[in-house]
Design a protein around this ligand. Structure first.
Ligand SMILES: Cc1cc2nc3c(=O)[nH]c(=O)nc-3n(C[C@H](O)[C@H](O)[C@H](O)COP(=O)(O)O)c2cc1C
Length: 196
């Protein structure tokens, strides 16, 4: 599954599952998730750390070929619909941002992102790719979900297909190398107050 031009260029070697992970749009429209794969992804999310072990993440899974998949796809922006239709599963990741008593769960969104990160790495182990999407109609996705959860991102999960034909500008982006800010740019100085 490794794609040399997509592999992260790093100052020191990373685990290949991290260095080789990327977000493809070319997905195999025939591929079907096995129950084992789906369970492995959800287990990876389930065992992520969270503030006070509150586990605020929730996932709604729609397999390709179902009405639910069509409904989630329909709520994506056109840019995403153009390729995400081939996803073996579209998964809505949502957070319970408040307790049943109404208190705010301050880290719910942070925790849910972390659960998705764990799920994404497990997907690489399973020979799958995850492409997260923020481009969707929030109200339409929320209308598909039970009350009390906030949809954060839709995951297109499937098997990468390097031969998939994508319209421009998607094809160009698929072929482009990945890039990041330099390592120095994400490091902050710590301002220690002068002692009196
Ligand atoms: C919260 C979030 C929202 C995103 N939304 C979209 C989206 O709507 N459509 C899309 O094609 N990619 C989307 N992406 C994918 C990012 O563009 C991609 O992760 C980023 O460019 C880095 O590329 P890489 O994952 O291949 O390293 C999203 C990623 C995240 C984490």
């Amino acid at each position: 599954m490794s794609t040399p031009h997509k592999t992260a260029a790093t100052a020191v070697p990373l685990h290949p599952l991290l260095a080789g992970r990327w977000s493809p749009r070319g997905l195999d429209p025939q591929h079907e998730l096995t129950q084992h794969q789906l369970t492995a992804l959800l287990e990876a999310a389930r065992w992520a750390p969270s503030a006070s072990n509150t586990q605020p993440w929730r996932f709604a899974v729609a397999l390709r070929g179902t009405e639910e998949h069509a409904a989630v796809l329909d709520a994506l922006v056109g840019f995403n619909r153009a390729w995400a239709h081939a996803a073996s599963a579209l998964v809505v990741a949502a957070a319970e941002t408040h307790t049943p008593e109404g208190a705010e769960r301050r880290w719910a969104v942070y925790d849910t992102g972390q659960a998705v990160a764990h799920l994404s790495v497990q997907a690489e182990v399973e020979g799958l790719a995850v492409h997260q999407m923020g481009g969707f109609d929030s109200e339409r996705i929320a209308a598909l979900l039970p009350e009390g959860v906030t949809p954060l991102v839709v995951l297109a999960i499937g098997r990468r297909d390097d031969t998939a034909e994508l319209p421009e500008p998607l094809a160009g982006r698929e072929a482009a190398a990945r890039d990041r800010l330099p390592l120095e740019a994400l490091q902050l100085p710590l301002g220690v107050p002068a002692s009196v």
